[in-house]
Design a protein around this ligand. Structure first.
Ligand code: AMP
Ligand code: GLY
Length: 418
Protein backbone atom coordinates (compact mmCIF):
# COMPACT_ATOMS: atom_id res chain seq x y z
CA UNK A 1 0.00 0.00 0.00
CA UNK A 2 0.97 3.67 -0.34
CA UNK A 3 1.12 5.65 2.89
CA UNK A 4 0.99 9.42 3.45
CA UNK A 5 2.60 10.96 6.53
CA UNK A 6 1.35 14.45 7.45
CA UNK A 7 3.98 16.66 9.11
CA UNK A 8 7.56 17.86 8.82
CA UNK A 9 9.41 17.16 12.09
CA UNK A 10 11.61 14.53 13.67
CA UNK A 11 8.58 12.49 14.72
CA UNK A 12 7.39 12.38 11.11
CA UNK A 13 10.90 11.49 9.90
CA UNK A 14 10.85 8.49 12.25
CA UNK A 15 7.35 7.51 11.06
CA UNK A 16 8.39 7.73 7.40
CA UNK A 17 11.65 5.86 8.10
CA UNK A 18 9.91 2.96 9.83
CA UNK A 19 7.06 2.85 7.29
CA UNK A 20 9.65 2.70 4.50
CA UNK A 21 11.00 -0.45 6.18
CA UNK A 22 7.55 -2.09 6.47
CA UNK A 23 6.84 -5.07 4.20
CA UNK A 24 3.24 -3.93 3.69
CA UNK A 25 4.26 -0.50 2.40
CA UNK A 26 5.06 0.08 -1.29
CA UNK A 27 5.72 3.80 -1.26
CA UNK A 28 5.78 6.51 1.40
CA UNK A 29 4.63 10.08 0.72
CA UNK A 30 4.94 13.02 3.11
CA UNK A 31 3.27 16.43 3.25
CA UNK A 32 5.23 18.62 3.50
CA UNK A 33 8.19 16.54 4.78
CA UNK A 34 11.79 17.77 5.22
CA UNK A 35 15.23 16.86 3.77
CA UNK A 36 15.55 13.82 6.06
CA UNK A 37 12.07 12.60 5.21
CA UNK A 38 12.92 13.07 1.52
CA UNK A 39 15.38 10.16 1.87
CA UNK A 40 12.43 7.91 2.76
CA UNK A 41 9.45 9.44 1.02
CA UNK A 42 8.16 11.52 -1.85
CA UNK A 43 7.60 14.97 -0.32
CA UNK A 44 4.56 16.88 -1.55
CA UNK A 45 3.72 20.52 -0.78
CA UNK A 46 0.26 21.81 -0.01
CA UNK A 47 -2.25 21.83 2.81
CA UNK A 48 -5.08 20.04 0.99
CA UNK A 49 -4.18 16.61 2.31
CA UNK A 50 -7.27 14.95 0.89
CA UNK A 51 -6.40 16.02 -2.67
CA UNK A 52 -2.80 14.90 -2.11
CA UNK A 53 -4.07 11.50 -0.95
CA UNK A 54 -6.37 10.99 -3.91
CA UNK A 55 -3.83 12.27 -6.46
CA UNK A 56 -1.20 9.79 -5.20
CA UNK A 57 -3.30 6.67 -4.65
CA UNK A 58 -2.79 6.76 -0.88
CA UNK A 59 -4.22 3.76 1.00
CA UNK A 60 -3.43 4.96 4.52
CA UNK A 61 -2.71 8.40 5.99
CA UNK A 62 -0.92 8.91 9.31
CA UNK A 63 -1.08 12.27 11.06
CA UNK A 64 2.02 13.39 13.00
CA UNK A 65 1.22 16.73 14.71
CA UNK A 66 -1.84 17.85 16.65
CA UNK A 67 -2.79 20.93 14.59
CA UNK A 68 -4.30 19.08 11.57
CA UNK A 69 -6.18 16.82 14.00
CA UNK A 70 -7.77 19.80 15.75
CA UNK A 71 -8.57 21.21 12.30
CA UNK A 72 -10.58 18.07 11.53
CA UNK A 73 -8.40 16.35 8.92
CA UNK A 74 -9.58 12.94 10.18
CA UNK A 75 -13.26 13.88 9.91
CA UNK A 76 -12.61 15.07 6.36
CA UNK A 77 -10.85 11.82 5.31
CA UNK A 78 -13.52 9.67 6.94
CA UNK A 79 -16.29 11.53 5.15
CA UNK A 80 -14.43 10.80 1.91
CA UNK A 81 -14.04 7.11 2.84
CA UNK A 82 -10.22 7.22 3.04
CA UNK A 83 -8.44 5.28 5.83
CA UNK A 84 -6.59 7.59 8.21
CA UNK A 85 -4.98 6.89 11.57
CA UNK A 86 -5.72 9.65 14.07
CA UNK A 87 -8.57 10.99 16.22
CA UNK A 88 -11.51 12.99 14.88
CA UNK A 89 -11.81 16.63 15.91
CA UNK A 90 -14.12 15.85 18.85
CA UNK A 91 -11.72 13.21 20.25
CA UNK A 92 -8.74 15.56 19.75
CA UNK A 93 -10.29 17.77 22.46
CA UNK A 94 -8.50 15.49 24.92
CA UNK A 95 -5.39 17.50 24.04
CA UNK A 96 -6.95 20.70 22.73
CA UNK A 97 -8.69 21.71 25.96
CA UNK A 98 -7.23 21.17 29.43
CA UNK A 99 -10.63 21.82 31.02
CA UNK A 100 -12.31 19.26 28.76
CA UNK A 101 -9.65 16.69 29.58
CA UNK A 102 -9.67 17.32 33.36
CA UNK A 103 -13.47 17.06 33.46
CA UNK A 104 -13.21 13.90 31.34
CA UNK A 105 -10.75 12.42 33.88
CA UNK A 106 -13.25 13.24 36.61
CA UNK A 107 -16.18 11.62 34.77
CA UNK A 108 -14.28 8.35 34.33
CA UNK A 109 -12.29 8.38 37.60
CA UNK A 110 -8.95 8.56 35.78
CA UNK A 111 -6.38 9.42 38.47
CA UNK A 112 -5.14 13.01 38.13
CA UNK A 113 -4.18 16.02 40.27
CA UNK A 114 -7.04 17.70 42.18
CA UNK A 115 -8.16 20.76 40.20
CA UNK A 116 -10.57 23.65 39.80
CA UNK A 117 -11.52 25.15 36.42
CA UNK A 118 -11.71 28.97 36.42
CA UNK A 119 -13.38 31.11 33.76
CA UNK A 120 -12.70 34.57 35.22
CA UNK A 121 -10.12 36.36 37.37
CA UNK A 122 -12.50 36.31 40.37
CA UNK A 123 -13.03 32.58 40.07
CA UNK A 124 -9.32 31.96 39.66
CA UNK A 125 -8.34 34.05 42.69
CA UNK A 126 -11.01 32.35 44.79
CA UNK A 127 -9.82 28.91 43.59
CA UNK A 128 -6.26 29.69 44.66
CA UNK A 129 -7.48 29.83 48.30
CA UNK A 130 -7.88 26.07 48.30
CA UNK A 131 -4.30 25.33 47.17
CA UNK A 132 -0.86 25.77 48.69
CA UNK A 133 2.35 26.67 46.85
CA UNK A 134 3.75 25.41 44.58
CA UNK A 135 0.54 25.39 42.55
CA UNK A 136 0.10 24.47 38.89
CA UNK A 137 -1.62 26.88 36.48
CA UNK A 138 -2.62 25.57 33.05
CA UNK A 139 -4.07 27.56 30.16
CA UNK A 140 -7.12 25.77 28.78
CA UNK A 141 -6.15 26.08 25.11
CA UNK A 142 -3.14 25.00 23.06
CA UNK A 143 -0.17 27.24 23.89
CA UNK A 144 2.86 25.68 22.19
CA UNK A 145 4.42 24.45 25.44
CA UNK A 146 4.02 27.81 27.21
CA UNK A 147 0.65 27.13 28.81
CA UNK A 148 1.80 25.63 32.12
CA UNK A 149 3.29 27.79 34.88
CA UNK A 150 4.19 26.55 38.35
CA UNK A 151 4.50 29.53 40.75
CA UNK A 152 6.50 28.84 43.90
CA UNK A 153 4.55 31.29 46.11
CA UNK A 154 0.87 32.19 46.34
CA UNK A 155 1.69 35.87 45.67
CA UNK A 156 3.36 34.90 42.42
CA UNK A 157 0.38 32.63 41.65
CA UNK A 158 -2.05 35.56 42.00
CA UNK A 159 0.08 37.74 39.72
CA UNK A 160 0.41 34.97 37.12
CA UNK A 161 -3.32 34.23 37.17
CA UNK A 162 -4.00 37.92 36.47
CA UNK A 163 -1.55 37.89 33.55
CA UNK A 164 -3.15 34.75 32.08
CA UNK A 165 -6.66 36.21 32.40
CA UNK A 166 -5.55 39.48 30.78
CA UNK A 167 -4.33 37.49 27.78
CA UNK A 168 -0.74 38.61 28.40
CA UNK A 169 0.91 35.18 28.55
CA UNK A 170 -0.66 33.02 25.84
CA UNK A 171 -3.49 35.19 24.48
CA UNK A 172 -7.04 33.85 24.53
CA UNK A 173 -5.81 30.31 25.33
CA UNK A 174 -5.15 31.52 28.90
CA UNK A 175 -8.48 33.20 29.60
CA UNK A 176 -9.78 29.93 30.97
CA UNK A 177 -7.54 28.16 33.46
CA UNK A 178 -7.06 24.88 35.24
CA UNK A 179 -5.61 25.37 38.70
CA UNK A 180 -4.28 22.16 40.14
CA UNK A 181 -2.30 20.57 42.91
CA UNK A 182 1.45 20.07 42.43
CA UNK A 183 2.47 16.40 42.20
CA UNK A 184 5.90 14.91 42.76
CA UNK A 185 7.37 11.80 41.19
CA UNK A 186 9.02 10.65 37.99
CA UNK A 187 7.38 11.57 34.67
CA UNK A 188 6.75 8.86 32.08
CA UNK A 189 5.43 9.08 28.53
CA UNK A 190 3.04 6.19 27.97
CA UNK A 191 1.64 5.81 24.46
CA UNK A 192 -0.85 3.26 23.13
CA UNK A 193 -2.53 2.71 19.77
CA UNK A 194 -6.28 2.47 19.59
CA UNK A 195 -8.79 1.68 16.87
CA UNK A 196 -11.56 3.17 18.99
CA UNK A 197 -12.09 0.02 21.08
CA UNK A 198 -8.90 -2.05 21.29
CA UNK A 199 -5.67 -0.83 22.85
CA UNK A 200 -2.09 -1.80 22.00
CA UNK A 201 0.56 -0.29 24.31
CA UNK A 202 3.96 0.84 23.09
CA UNK A 203 6.98 0.57 25.41
CA UNK A 204 7.31 3.20 28.15
CA UNK A 205 9.49 6.21 27.32
CA UNK A 206 10.91 9.16 29.21
CA UNK A 207 11.26 12.67 27.81
CA UNK A 208 13.54 15.49 29.05
CA UNK A 209 11.50 18.68 28.83
CA UNK A 210 13.83 21.31 30.29
CA UNK A 211 16.54 22.91 28.17
CA UNK A 212 19.38 22.33 30.67
CA UNK A 213 20.92 19.31 32.41
CA UNK A 214 19.36 18.30 35.71
CA UNK A 215 15.87 19.37 34.52
CA UNK A 216 16.72 23.05 34.91
CA UNK A 217 15.71 26.02 32.78
CA UNK A 218 12.63 26.65 30.66
CA UNK A 219 10.46 23.93 29.14
CA UNK A 220 11.05 22.85 25.55
CA UNK A 221 9.29 20.44 23.24
CA UNK A 222 11.69 17.78 24.57
CA UNK A 223 15.51 17.67 24.49
CA UNK A 224 15.88 13.91 24.28
CA UNK A 225 14.12 10.68 25.15
CA UNK A 226 14.88 7.06 25.82
CA UNK A 227 12.92 3.83 25.69
CA UNK A 228 13.60 1.16 28.26
CA UNK A 229 11.26 -1.55 29.61
CA UNK A 230 12.64 -0.87 33.08
CA UNK A 231 11.03 2.59 33.22
CA UNK A 232 7.85 0.81 34.40
CA UNK A 233 7.39 -2.62 35.97
CA UNK A 234 4.87 -5.00 34.34
CA UNK A 235 2.58 -4.37 37.33
CA UNK A 236 2.81 -0.58 36.78
CA UNK A 237 2.02 -1.03 33.07
CA UNK A 238 -1.06 -3.10 34.01
CA UNK A 239 -2.14 -0.40 36.42
CA UNK A 240 -1.71 2.37 33.81
CA UNK A 241 -3.66 0.33 31.24
CA UNK A 242 -6.47 -0.40 33.73
CA UNK A 243 -6.77 2.98 35.43
CA UNK A 244 -5.80 5.42 32.65
CA UNK A 245 -5.80 4.06 29.10
CA UNK A 246 -8.79 1.68 29.18
CA UNK A 247 -11.16 4.15 30.92
CA UNK A 248 -10.11 6.86 28.43
CA UNK A 249 -10.87 4.70 25.38
CA UNK A 250 -14.15 3.43 26.88
CA UNK A 251 -15.11 6.96 27.94
CA UNK A 252 -14.56 8.47 24.51
CA UNK A 253 -16.53 5.62 22.88
CA UNK A 254 -19.36 6.15 25.35
CA UNK A 255 -19.43 9.86 24.55
CA UNK A 256 -19.83 9.15 20.86
CA UNK A 257 -16.30 10.11 19.79
CA UNK A 258 -14.35 6.83 19.74
CA UNK A 259 -10.63 7.59 19.99
CA UNK A 260 -8.67 6.27 17.01
CA UNK A 261 -4.96 7.03 16.92
CA UNK A 262 -2.01 7.34 19.25
CA UNK A 263 -3.13 8.15 22.79
CA UNK A 264 -0.21 9.61 24.76
CA UNK A 265 -0.57 9.87 28.53
CA UNK A 266 1.89 12.15 30.32
CA UNK A 267 2.07 10.40 33.68
CA UNK A 268 3.48 11.32 37.06
CA UNK A 269 4.45 8.17 38.94
CA UNK A 270 3.59 9.38 42.46
CA UNK A 271 3.83 7.55 45.78
CA UNK A 272 0.05 7.12 45.41
CA UNK A 273 0.31 5.48 41.97
CA UNK A 274 0.27 6.82 38.40
CA UNK A 275 -1.53 10.15 37.89
CA UNK A 276 -2.35 11.61 34.50
CA UNK A 277 -0.87 15.07 33.90
CA UNK A 278 -2.21 15.32 30.38
CA UNK A 279 -3.25 13.44 27.28
CA UNK A 280 -1.80 14.14 23.85
CA UNK A 281 -3.66 12.79 20.85
CA UNK A 282 -0.56 11.96 18.81
CA UNK A 283 2.89 10.47 19.20
CA UNK A 284 5.42 12.43 21.27
CA UNK A 285 8.38 14.22 19.76
CA UNK A 286 11.15 13.13 20.51
CA UNK A 287 9.68 9.92 22.07
CA UNK A 288 8.71 8.63 18.61
CA UNK A 289 12.33 8.52 17.46
CA UNK A 290 13.65 5.99 20.05
CA UNK A 291 10.30 4.11 20.03
CA UNK A 292 10.16 3.47 16.30
CA UNK A 293 13.91 2.85 16.21
CA UNK A 294 13.20 -0.30 18.27
CA UNK A 295 9.96 -1.41 16.63
CA UNK A 296 10.26 -4.63 14.61
CA UNK A 297 6.61 -5.09 13.68
CA UNK A 298 5.31 -3.95 10.30
CA UNK A 299 4.24 -0.40 11.22
CA UNK A 300 2.18 0.05 8.04
CA UNK A 301 0.12 -3.07 8.76
CA UNK A 302 -0.40 -2.12 12.41
CA UNK A 303 -1.54 1.44 11.62
CA UNK A 304 -3.83 0.19 8.85
CA UNK A 305 -5.38 -2.21 11.36
CA UNK A 306 -5.76 0.75 13.73
CA UNK A 307 -7.47 2.88 11.09
CA UNK A 308 -9.93 0.11 10.17
CA UNK A 309 -11.00 -1.20 13.60
CA UNK A 310 -8.87 -4.35 13.48
CA UNK A 311 -6.44 -4.04 16.38
CA UNK A 312 -7.97 -6.93 18.38
CA UNK A 313 -5.24 -9.45 19.16
CA UNK A 314 -2.43 -7.30 17.69
CA UNK A 315 0.77 -7.19 19.72
CA UNK A 316 4.01 -5.43 18.87
CA UNK A 317 7.45 -6.91 18.46
CA UNK A 318 10.41 -4.86 19.74
CA UNK A 319 14.16 -5.09 19.62
CA UNK A 320 15.31 -5.95 23.18
CA UNK A 321 17.89 -3.15 23.19
CA UNK A 322 17.18 0.17 24.94
CA UNK A 323 17.27 3.19 22.61
CA UNK A 324 18.21 6.80 23.20
CA UNK A 325 17.61 10.00 21.17
CA UNK A 326 19.68 13.13 21.78
CA UNK A 327 18.19 16.37 20.46
CA UNK A 328 20.61 18.94 19.05
CA UNK A 329 19.03 22.40 19.17
CA UNK A 330 19.88 25.85 17.82
CA UNK A 331 21.23 28.84 19.72
CA UNK A 332 18.41 30.60 21.55
CA UNK A 333 16.01 27.65 21.74
CA UNK A 334 13.39 27.53 23.33
CA UNK A 335 13.29 31.33 22.93
CA UNK A 336 13.95 33.18 19.72
CA UNK A 337 16.19 30.94 17.63
CA UNK A 338 18.92 31.69 15.14
CA UNK A 339 18.63 29.75 11.86
CA UNK A 340 20.59 29.30 8.65
CA UNK A 341 23.69 27.71 10.20
CA UNK A 342 25.32 24.97 8.10
CA UNK A 343 24.96 21.44 9.53
CA UNK A 344 27.75 18.92 9.01
CA UNK A 345 28.50 15.37 10.08
CA UNK A 346 25.13 13.65 9.67
CA UNK A 347 26.62 10.93 7.44
CA UNK A 348 29.51 10.38 9.87
CA UNK A 349 27.05 10.07 12.75
CA UNK A 350 25.04 7.50 10.80
CA UNK A 351 28.22 5.58 9.87
CA UNK A 352 28.44 4.65 13.59
CA UNK A 353 25.12 2.79 13.24
CA UNK A 354 22.91 5.58 14.60
CA UNK A 355 20.04 7.24 12.74
CA UNK A 356 19.80 11.03 12.63
CA UNK A 357 16.14 12.05 12.51
CA UNK A 358 15.80 15.54 11.07
CA UNK A 359 13.45 18.28 12.25
CA UNK A 360 14.54 21.93 11.95
CA UNK A 361 16.59 21.28 8.81
CA UNK A 362 16.28 22.70 5.32
CA UNK A 363 18.26 22.47 2.16
CA UNK A 364 20.22 25.49 0.94
CA UNK A 365 21.97 24.67 -2.33
CA UNK A 366 24.08 21.60 -1.59
CA UNK A 367 24.14 22.21 2.15
CA UNK A 368 21.78 21.39 4.99
CA UNK A 369 21.13 24.37 7.25
CA UNK A 370 19.24 24.85 10.51
CA UNK A 371 15.65 26.08 10.14
CA UNK A 372 14.09 25.62 13.59
CA UNK A 373 14.73 25.12 17.30
CA UNK A 374 15.16 21.37 17.49
CA UNK A 375 17.38 20.46 14.56
CA UNK A 376 17.98 16.70 14.73
CA UNK A 377 17.51 13.78 17.12
CA UNK A 378 20.50 11.42 17.00
CA UNK A 379 19.13 7.99 17.86
CA UNK A 380 20.98 4.80 18.74
CA UNK A 381 20.61 1.67 20.84
CA UNK A 382 22.81 -0.66 22.87
CA UNK A 383 22.65 -3.93 24.77
CA UNK A 384 22.17 -2.00 28.02
CA UNK A 385 20.91 1.50 28.78
CA UNK A 386 24.44 2.76 29.59
CA UNK A 387 25.75 1.45 26.26
CA UNK A 388 22.78 2.94 24.38
CA UNK A 389 23.45 6.35 25.96
CA UNK A 390 27.09 6.03 25.04
CA UNK A 391 26.30 5.06 21.43
CA UNK A 392 23.91 7.99 21.00
CA UNK A 393 26.39 10.54 22.38
CA UNK A 394 29.28 9.10 20.35
CA UNK A 395 27.21 9.46 17.18
CA UNK A 396 25.93 12.94 18.15
CA UNK A 397 29.53 14.15 18.55
CA UNK A 398 29.89 14.01 14.74
CA UNK A 399 27.07 16.48 14.06
CA UNK A 400 28.07 20.13 14.15
CA UNK A 401 26.54 23.57 13.57
CA UNK A 402 27.24 26.98 15.10
CA UNK A 403 25.44 27.67 18.35
CA UNK A 404 24.44 24.04 18.88
CA UNK A 405 23.09 23.20 22.34
CA UNK A 406 22.15 19.84 23.81
CA UNK A 407 21.75 18.12 27.18
CA UNK A 408 24.50 15.81 28.38
CA UNK A 409 22.28 13.79 30.75
CA UNK A 410 19.69 12.15 28.49
CA UNK A 411 18.74 8.77 29.98
CA UNK A 412 20.61 9.40 33.21
CA UNK A 413 17.48 9.04 35.38
CA UNK A 414 17.12 5.51 34.06
CA UNK A 415 20.60 4.38 35.14
CA UNK A 416 19.53 3.63 38.72
CA UNK A 417 17.34 0.84 37.30
CA UNK A 418 20.41 -0.89 35.83
P1 AMP B 1 1.30 19.36 30.77
O1 AMP B 1 1.28 20.19 29.52
O2 AMP B 1 -0.01 19.31 31.44
O3 AMP B 1 1.92 18.01 30.58
O4 AMP B 1 2.35 20.11 31.73
C1 AMP B 1 3.67 20.41 31.31
C2 AMP B 1 4.66 20.01 32.37
O5 AMP B 1 4.35 20.65 33.61
C3 AMP B 1 4.62 18.52 32.69
O6 AMP B 1 5.44 17.79 31.83
C4 AMP B 1 5.12 18.51 34.12
O7 AMP B 1 6.53 18.56 34.16
C5 AMP B 1 4.59 19.79 34.69
N1 AMP B 1 3.32 19.53 35.40
C6 AMP B 1 2.07 19.56 34.85
N2 AMP B 1 1.14 19.29 35.79
C7 AMP B 1 1.79 19.09 36.94
C8 AMP B 1 1.38 18.78 38.28
N3 AMP B 1 0.09 18.65 38.61
N4 AMP B 1 2.35 18.63 39.22
C9 AMP B 1 3.65 18.79 38.91
N5 AMP B 1 4.10 19.10 37.68
C10 AMP B 1 3.19 19.25 36.70
N1 GLY C 1 7.72 15.30 23.97
C1 GLY C 1 6.49 15.78 24.46
C2 GLY C 1 5.46 15.92 23.45
O1 GLY C 1 5.56 15.48 22.33
O2 GLY C 1 4.41 16.51 23.77
Amino acid sequence: MNVLVIGSGGREHALAWRLNRSASVAKVFAAPGNPGIAREAVCVDGADYLSIASANGIDLTVVGPEAPLMDGVVDQFRDAGRPIFGPCRAAAQLEGSKIFSKQFFERYQIPTARFIAAYSLDEALKALDSFTAPVVLKADGLAAGKGVVIPQTMDEARTTVAQFMAGELVGDAGKKLVIEEFLTGEEVSFIALSDGANLVPLLPAQDHKNIFDGDRGPNTGGMGAYVDERILTPAEIDLVMKTVMRPAIDGMAREGSPFVGFLYAGLMMTAGGPKTLEFNVRMGDPETQPLLYRLRSDLGAVLHAGATGKLAGVTLDWSPEPSVAIVLATAGYPGKVRTGDVISGIDDAEATGATVFQAGVKRSGDALVTSGGRVVAVTASGATLPSAIDAAYRAAAHVKFDGMQFRTDIGKKGLRRW
